[in-house]
Design a protein around this ligand. Structure first.
Ligand SMILES: *[C@@H]1O[C@H](CO)[C@@H](O)[C@H](O)[C@H]1NC(C)=O
Ligand SMILES: *[C@@H]1O[C@H](CO)[C@@H](O)[C@H](O)[C@H]1NC(C)=O
Ligand SMILES: *[C@@H]1O[C@H](CO)[C@@H](O)[C@H](O)[C@H]1NC(C)=O
Ligand SMILES: *[C@@H]1O[C@H](CO)[C@@H](O)[C@H](O)[C@H]1NC(C)=O
Ligand SMILES: *[C@@H]1O[C@H](CO)[C@@H](O)[C@H](O)[C@H]1NC(C)=O
Ligand SMILES: *[C@@H]1O[C@H](CO)[C@@H](O)[C@H](O)[C@H]1NC(C)=O
Length: 494
């Protein structure tokens, strides 16, 4: 059934969408896939978290293993980034009502309290440098082999995850638990960001040493919400307040007028990279307007970039052949990629969908959709008759365009559906030639990406991170740093 549906999508040539599509079999079938696959994905995440996860025997309590795969590739480690993104998804699901996840969340936090104190090849906790270590052994000891280190996104992402749970506990009146079990970990991570953001590091794909858009975007967000979190605990984060505007300032440097250049480094690449799609979903704030400065999913910049990134994969992979502009395709990390075959990734294809679900949420919330010259090509690929303007949600143009965006977003998830094996397992990649799952199997981040994309599609969104208080770019950027202090967190009792 699916190939026919995908064919139907491919036939939606630009201009063909003049009236809203009626929900039909394709939608029903995609929805039921999302429902069943979300259960597989949640179990897939839990199976990869120690000590009880069924696929990661040997991992300590609360340790998120990247994948059970131990050879070609060996991912049997815990990465700060993957773990934090995964736990943010679980914490949001917990807050949305799945109370069964709370002990996993608490075990994760306890494991982070231990990990922060582990001296490692990036350094140690005395000056914070050890917090930039990208990965550890699953028994909470240092990984001492060669690696692309440091990676400065990890502390920011972990702070964002812990703040989400901390805010929830504060509103439930459990401030003292937050102060003893969460704040000391978050404080170290925020101080790390404020101190080291203006130094180079490796990107989220662990290949490029330079400045990564994803890292700066994640760090900006963490400092903004970190400041408010500190205040809610009668604590302070002076480095958050002094550095956040400078991070926002630097973030603008990655924009070239039509796209995000994902790494500022001498890397010989075009700059178009799923890094930027994952950044916009990390920056998503359900209370925000379509701000360009923070690259909100519905911003003109993020939409223009979405089109250029997606189009960079359109003619790259055989499995994308015949899919014209405005129809979804399989997405990889970046066009020049050769790692493990340089194939499409499930989490990158899902990020392309998730950005658009986020944008639909934002337009719906503000009751209008505004199109200027920057985002016009994105919309014209969906409907060639689109003109610039501000369309109120009561207009037919708004209905037809948002419906086209929804169909387009669903197209990316349909591609994931097409290349997901019948048991629902999600590897890291699927081959560019025929879509066979490849590289590490049961990738935790693939499952987490499925969960968040499914939630955004159904309108379940995380809390605001306060972006509207932090979207004004200083008139002049300056390189800076705030030195912070670090202390060993204790493992709390809950
Ligand atoms: C893991 O198993 C132990 C021992 O049965 C239990 O105490 C703990 O709550 C479990 N953790 C999770 C997250 O279920
Ligand atoms: C932790 O795991 C590493 C890698 O498997 C192993 O070399 C080391 O001996 C373990 N350390 C402890 C304390 O168990
Ligand atoms: C921005 O960068 C992208 C990717 O390298 C390129 O395709 C595009 O033409 C650039 N835009 C401008 C205005 O330079
Ligand atoms: C679009 O119109 C709405 C409703 O009139 C208004 O609130 C909004 O500010 C306008 N947006 C832009 C970008 O002009
Ligand atoms: C699920 O299917 C994939 C692809 O056929 C396979 O590699 C994997 O081992 C299966 N997983 C389980 C738990 O059966
Ligand atoms: C430090 O910040 C300045 C000002 O934004 C910027 O020009 C420079 O590239 C940054 N360097 C690094 C390594 O972040």
């Amino acid at each position: 059934m699916l190939p026919i549906n995908v064919l139907a999508l491919a036939l939606l040539a630009p201009g063909a969408i003049s009236t809203p599509l009626q929900p039909g079999r394709r939608q029903t079938s995609l929805s039921s896939f999302i429902q069943s696959e979300s259960s597989v994905a949640l179990q897939g995440v839990l199976d990869n978290i120690g000590a009880n996860g069924s696929k990661v025997s040997g991992a300590s309590s609360g340790i998120v293993v990247a994948s059970p795969s131990k050879v070609n590739p060996d991912y049997f480690y815990t990465w700060t980034r993957d773990g934090a993104l995964t736990l943010k998804a679980l914490i949001d699901a917990f807050i949305a009502g799945d109370s069964s996840l709370e002990s996993t969340i608490q075990e994760y936090i306890d494991a982070q309290a231990q990990l922060q104190a582990v001296s490692n090849p990036s350094g140690d906790l005395s000056d914070g440098s050890g917090l930039g270590e990208p990965k550890f052994e699953v028994n909470i000891t240092a990984f001492t082999g060669d690696w692309g280190r440091p990676q400065r996104d990890g502390p920011a992402l972990r702070a964002t995850a812990l703040i989400a749970y901390g805010n929830h506990l504060v509103s439930a009146g459990e401030t003292s638990t937050v102060k003893s079990n969460i704040w000391p970990i978050v404080q170290n991570d925020l101080n790390y960001v404020a101190q080291y953001w203006n130094q180079t590091g490796f990107d989220l794909w662990e290949e490029i040493e330079g400045s990564s858009f994803f890292t700066i975007a994640a760090q900006h967000r963490a400092l903004v919400e970190g400041s408010a979190f500190a205040s809610s605990l009668d604590e302070s984060c002076t480095g958050c307040d002094s550095q956040a505007p400078q991070l926002l300032c630097f973030l603008q440097d990655f924009w070239n007028g039509t796209a995000v250049i994902s790494n500022l480094a001498n890397d010989g690449r075009s700059g178009l990279d799923a890094n930027s799609l994952i950044s916009t979903i990390q920056a998503f704030d359900p209370e925000a307007a379509c701000d360009d400065t923070t690259f909100q999913p519905c911003s003109e910049r993020a939409l223009s970039n979405h089109k250029l990134v997606v189009d960079s994969f359109r003619s790259l992979y055989s499995i994308n052949s015949g899919k014209s502009a405005g129809s979804a395709v399989a997405i990889g990390r970046y066009a020049e990629d050769t790692y493990q075959g340089g194939n499409p990734w499930y989490l990158a294809t899902l990020a392309a969908a998730e950005q658009l679900y986020d944008a639909l949420y934002q337009w719906d919330k503000q009751g209008s959709l505004s199109i200027g010259q920057t985002s016009l090509p994105f919309f014209q690929a969906l409907d060639s008759s689109t003109a610039t303007g501000n369309y109120s949600s009561s207009s037919s143009t708004y209905s037809s365009l948002t419906s086209a965006v929804k169909t387009y977003a669903d197209g990316f998830v349909s591609i994931v559906q097409q290349y997901t094996p019948s048991n629902g397992s999600l590897a890291e990649q699927f081959t560019r030639d025929d879509g066979t799952p490849t590289s590490a199997g049961d990738l935790t981040w693939s499952y987490a990406a499925f969960l968040t994309a499914g939630d955004r599609r159904s309108g379940t969104v995380p809390s605001s991170w306060g972006s509207s208080t932090a979207n004004e770019v200083p008139s002049q950027c300056s390189g800076s740093s705030a030195s912070g202090s670090y202390s060993t967190p204790s493992v709390g009792s809950w």
